[in-house]
Write a protein that binds this ligand. Structure first.
Ligand code: TXA
Ligand code: MG
Length: 317
């Protein structure tokens, strides 16, 4: 059920149930971290491997302090500058405060202070951190509206309708080692924004390594075959006699007869595409098309993040 009844959602959480919650990035599948059965249910619902730990959402630096052994200086600076916001921090957990079933026994926990008033208030009122992965089945596209969540899970749990997520891309996950800051998962906060604070000390971990967040080679997938192409000429090559949805930054400057069975969604800028990419993928995926094509984004700050997501969405078949 989709609802705007705050107390109903709060009650569900207090009773140890799973709920759909809005965040500024994507919708989450949330439960209080000390409700072990609810956390197990999150894994079941998502069909997510147990080896893939959950992000823990809190409302303050003090609450983070309570969960982790230490907050490195760089982390505190980032929290003060960018939180609440779409950035998550990988920190050494206190084993008596963050249960093994949240982190798959890892020594680390990922924490984040969300910038969405309803979700923020839910954590405060529950008076407990809320674990929430994105509210999609394992490897599918993240939801950016309550309807997307409902499409995946129907009435399995209640979903709070907080409108459309204003960021539309998951949080950036950063780690700290010695004096270094590492981007472990590209997300809403760009490398540039972090560099502005810290000069050029930032490393980006790109390649898939076991245990790195959001780096599964296949991720963010549609049911419909999804391909990434370089330009309109390549689009032309792929779409012969196919009903196609196309995501692009501009109209084609070639003859367009080949587009008769296609629908194009134009993104005016890479910034706009950040908030619309997943919603557009959901939109096309609901249309029973033969193919979805996305023309690669320019290699600017936002484009790099978008390209990371679309390249993982490609169906390997
Ligand atoms: O924007 C977001 O971060 C959204 C909203 C709901 O907050 N959440 C989200 O969660 O994207 P999820 O579970 O879909 O992605 C979190 C990623 C996963 O790839 C997971 O493996 C990684 O973070 N992660 C979480 N805790 C970790 C830990 N202790 N160690 C390593 N990776 C961790
Ligand atoms: Mg996810």
């Amino acid at each position: 059920m989709i609802t705007k009844d705050f107390n109903k959602i709060l009650n569900e959480l207090q009773n140890g149930n799973v709920v759909g919650v809005p965040t500024e990035t994507v919708y989450g599948l949330g439960a209080g971290i000390y409700f072990e059965d609810a956390i197990k249910r999150i894994y079941e619902l998502k069909k997510r491997p147990q080896t893939n730990p959950l992000i823990v959402h809190v409302t303050s630096l003090e609450m983070i302090n309570d969960l982790v052994e230490e907050i490195p200086e760089n982390c505190e600076r980032l929290i003060k500058k960018l939180a609440p916001g779409p950035i998550s921090f990988l920190l050494k957990r206190k084993k008596d405060k963050v249960p093994d079933y949240i982190t798959n026994h890892s020594n680390y926990v990922v924490v984040r202070i969300p910038d969405q008033p309803v979700f923020y208030k839910l954590i405060e009122k529950l008076n407990m951190p809320i674990a929430a992965p994105s509210a999609n089945p394992y490897q599918m596209i993240s939801p950016t509206s309550a309807k997307h969540v409902f499409k995946y899970f129907e009435d399995s749990f209640s979903i709070y309708d907080g409108g459309i997520c204003k960021k539309g891309i998951e949080s950036t996950i950063v780690g700290f080692e010695n004096d270094k800051i590492t981007i472990l998962r590209k997300g809403s906060v760009t490398k540039w924004k972090i560099e502005k604070e810290f000069g050029n000390k930032i490393t980006i971990v790109n390649q898939y390594q076991e245990y790195l967040p959001g780096t599964d080679k296949k991720h963010y997938s549609t049911k419909t075959p999804f391909k990434v192409v370089e330009n309109w000429n390549e689009v032309q090559h792929y779409i012969k006699n196919k009903k196609t949805g196309i995501i692009a930054m501009n109209q084609p400057n070639i003859k367009t007869d080949f587009l008769s069975q296609s629908e194009i969604k134009i993104m005016k800028s890479t910034k706009e595409a950040m908030s619309k990419l997943y919603a557009t993928m959901h939109y096309f995926d609901d249309k029973n098309l033969d193919l979805i094509l996305c023309i690669k984004f320019p290699d600017d700050d936002h484009g790099q993040i978008l390209n990371d997501k679309i390249l993982r969405a490609v169906n390997f078949k």
